[in-house]
Structure formats: C-alpha cells, structure tokens
Design a protein. Structure first.
Length: 507
C-alpha cells in the first residue's frame, strides 16, 4: 500500500465498536444467566451450555474465520460477521426455550469467529505508519482487555432495571452501526487476498480439536478431572491437533501455515497472552462471586466495583504502552506488564471475609489493569509481526484463539482448584461449627480460602507468561515511518512469496 488511507481513523471507530461487542458478550450474559435460566426453564445441569455453546463455536471456528477473511477479503467478512451476529443476538433475545437459546449462542459464536480475526487483520493492513499503528493497537488492546469488565457493568444494569433479554438485544445497534460504518468507510488495500483453495481437512481437524479441548476443560469444571469423558476429550483433542499439525506441514495451501506459528515473536505472543488470559478469566469469576456472595453487592454495584481495573487497562494501554512502544523493545513492555499484573494478583491472595474494598481490592485491580493494558498493546501489534498480507487473517485468528482457549481453560482450571480448596477447608474445620451461624460463616470462609488458593496459581501463571515474553520475544523497538511498502499481486496461494510483508517491528 503506497499511500496512507485517509479514512483509517474513522475505520478504527467501527472496528473498535465491533471488538467491544464481541468481548462484552463473553461476560454480559454471565450476570443475566440466573434470570434467563428461570424464565426458560433451563436445568442446572444444562445452564453452563449457555456459556459453553458460545465458547465452543467461537474458539473452534476462529482459525476457519481467519482463513475466510484472507479468502473473501477482510471487509466483506467483517460486515457479514456483524450482520450474522446481530441476527443471532435477536434470536437469543427472543428465545422461548432452551434449544432456541443454545442455538442462538452457538450462532453468535460462529459469527464472532468470522468478525474477530477480520477486525484485527484490518488494523494490521490499514495502519502502515509505526507511530499511528502503536496508537491504533493501544486503543484496540484497551478494548480487548477491558471490554469483559464493561460487560459485567452493562449486564448488571440491563438485568436489574430492564430484562435479561436486553443483554442480547443491546448487540443489535452496536452491530448495525459498525456494519454500516465499515461498509462505507473501510477501504481494504489491494494485494492482500489469499485465493488458494480452502484446506478442508485442516478446517475439520482444527475445529474438532479445539472444540474437544474447550469442552474437556468445561466438563472438568462440572464433572471433575478424573471423569472418563473429560479424559477422553483431552486425548481426542491431542490426537486431532497433532493430526492437524501433520496435515498443515504436508498440504499445498494450509489453513494455518506453520510459518505463522514458528516465528518466535508471534509464537511468544500467542503463548504468553493465552497464559495471561487464563489468569484474568479466573479472576473475573472469583471477584464476581466474592463481591456478590460474600460481600452482598448487587449486580450493578459489582459491575462498578470492576471500574478501577478498566481504568488501569485504558491507562496502561493508551498511555504507557502507546508512548513507550516506539522507544523500547516489546518484551520490555510485555514482561514487566505481566509481572505488574502478577503483583496485583499477589495482593488478592490476602482476601478475607472482612477485606476492605478500598484498602486491598481497589489497588490490586489498578495494578492488574495497568499491567495487562501495558502488555496487551504490544501483544496485539506483534500478533501480525512480519506476516504476509495473505496470512494476516489467520495470524489474527491465532491471537483470538489463544485468548478464547485461555479463557475456557482459566475458568475451568482455577474454578476446580478453588472448589477443591474450599471442600478441604470446610472438612478440616467442620467440627468447630456447631451453630447455624457458625456453619454459614464456615461456608463463606471456605469460599474465600478457595479463591485465595486459586489466585496463588494465577500469580504463578502470570510469572510464567512474563518469562515466556522475556525469553521468546526478541525483536527491537519499532522503526518510525512506514512499516509496509507498496505491494502488488493477487496474493494467490504459493506464488505470492514476492509480496510485501508487514514488518511491524524491526529486528
């Protein structure tokens, strides 16, 4: 692309709006779930499927969505994804029973898997100046990180003052505004398509492998790690994903070219970001329960209690990350960012029933937000580091996949650790709880002990994420000026090796 797109900043508004909608949806439904369950007569056993159906479709189809974006064109994929997401949201809001609700959630996940990688890869090909790119990814990173907490606030408001159905209907204006804006404003650079035939075996193996992995972790949360089907799912996932890697190494036009993964900087981003998300998602869950069950906060008050984390993320991403990204190598933002977030987590291991919000929870959230915001920003930018324009969609899908799978793993893994610690604590102290009041206090104390035990694991996971960022990510600071030259060519399959690359960071 030889000249800078004059409408790129307008385009960013609509891309950011779509990203906010997808991230919101991951948490907004959590708060509405108890009301929806009651209205639609969903059993306790099937309740988790309202969350899981979305996670499975989204996580399982992301690579396919990224490849479709490279094949169809990112703008078209983005607009189709938005329209489909709006239609699926309308279906969910109008649900009259369990089957209709679960179908709508799966459809939302499928269309989300189309639009999320298209959104990130559009940023990668539209912002060609290093300074501007840093700013654009700073905004995108803040939304990717903080959107989940915004979902908790919005979910609380809509459920408490309107109706759970509005947690679905609220997506429709978001999607329509973003789709209309994208249609008229976004102009995709030429020469970035990948018109090679679709790798059907790769699509089938990757989708089934990721679905089995996400379902294995989700099932472990409800049925335990020793459950036969849980173990079966993990074995099936390992076999399917190994077969997928072998297939990709051999086919002429792979769904996920292994060159996307084997570049150490991109590989380091996918791995460290996935681990950080494991820690973050587990924390959202524990803090929500702690504030509502132990502290007795209402859904709206709980949502507002997450505001310091959002503020920290926005400052970390748009102020610290964006300002320093042009001056220091990315690993010196990502590594310390994850460690700062780990320090916030470390404070939360001190949680007790009577813990002061202002004295402990607020500073811990600020540290978490600042750290994650600072780390997210270069991570999002590095996701498409040095990649061919024709692979931008699938490289973007990989960062979304690492986040989505990380979220599913985090919720299941940390929840299971917390539940085991709670059970052990209550069993050890049950003899002393003779009155009804003492038993209730013991239950609450057990819950808090469980959360603290799981948060210790989250601290460890963030330290590992920081270590990976420090050791694998070795690019230098970005050069000022353009980061992509003018490229021509159709980007059709293997013959496009002479195309311009997108070198985000200079070695």
């Amino acid at each position: 692309m030889s000249e800078t797109d004059p409408r790129r900043w307008k385009a960013l508004v609509f891309i950011a709006l779509a990203q906010l909608m997808v991230v919101l949806d991951a948490t907004i439904v959590n708060i509405a779930l108890p009301s929806a369950q009651q209205d639609l007569g969903i059993s306790d056993g099937n309740r988790q499927w309202v969350i899981t159906a979305y996670a499975l479709a989204f996580g399982g189809l992301l690579l396919f969505g990224g490849r479709i974006a490279d094949l169809w064109g990112r703008k078209r994929t983005f607009v189709v994804g938005l329209i489909g997401f709006a239609a699926a949201s309308a279906l969910g809001g109008a649900a009259t029973g369990e089957a209709m609700m679960l179908g709508a959630r799966a459809l939302q996940g499928a269309f989300g898997a189309l639009l999320a990688p298209a959104a990130l890869s559009l940023l990668a090909v539209m912002f060609t100046d290093a300074k501007e790119r840093a700013k654009a990814f700073g905004i995108y990173g803040a939304i990717a990180g903080g959107g989940g907490a915004v979902g908790l606030i919005l979910g609380g408001f809509l459920t408490e003052y309107l109706n759970w159905r509005w947690t679905f209907y609220v997506n429709i204006p978001f999607a329509i505004v973003a789709a209309v804006g994208a249609y008229f404003v976004i102009r995709e650079p030429a020469g970035g398509r990948n018109r090679s035939p679709l790798d059907i075996p790769g699509v089938v193996l990757s989708t089934l492998g990721l679905v089995a992995l996400v379902y294995g972790f989700t099932r472990a949360e409800s049925e335990g790690w020793s459950d036969a089907l849980t173990i079966g799912m993990f074995v099936a996932s390992a076999v399917l994903l190994a077969a997928f890697v072998l297939t990709e190494a051999k086919v002429k036009s792979p769904l996920l070219p292994l060159r996307v993964l084997t570049e150490r900087n991109r590989g380091g981003v996918y791995l460290s970001l996935g681990l950080a998300i494991i820690a973050m998602f587990g924390l959202f869950l524990f803090l929500t329960y702690y504030l509502q069950v132990v502290k007795g906060y209402s859904p709206v008050k709980t949502g507002f209690a997450f505001l310091p984390m959002i503020a920290g993320m926005i400052v970390g991403s748009t102020q610290i990350g964006t300002r320093l990204m042009m001056r220091v190598p990315p690993r010196w933002l990502m590594g310390p960012g994850f460690l700062t977030a780990g320090l916030g987590m470390l404070l939360l291991t001190q949680l007790e029933i009577g813990t002061s919000y202002a004295g402990l929870i607020l500073p811990a959230q600020l540290l978490l937000g600042l750290g994650m915001g600072t780390a997210f920003m270069p991570a999002m930018s590095l996701a498409t580091h040095g990649v061919d324009p024709r692979d931008a969609g699938v490289a973007s899908a990989m960062v979304n996949t690492s986040q989505q799978v990380g979220g599913a793993i985090g919720t299941a893994l940390l929840n299971t650790i917390a539940a085991s610690a709670t059970t052990a604590y209550i069993a050890d102290h049950a003899a002393g709880a003779t009155t009804q009041g003492a038993q209730k206090l013991l239950q609450l104390q057990g819950m808090v002990e469980g959360y603290a035990a799981a948060i210790w694991w989250a601290v460890g996971i963030l330290v590992v994420a920081a270590t990976i960022a420090f050791t694998l990510i070795n690019t230098g600071k970005p050069e000022t000026g353009p980061v992509a030259g003018s490229g021509s060519g159709s980007g059709s399959g293997e013959g496009a090796e002479d195309e311009v690359k997108i070198p985000v960071i200079a070695h």
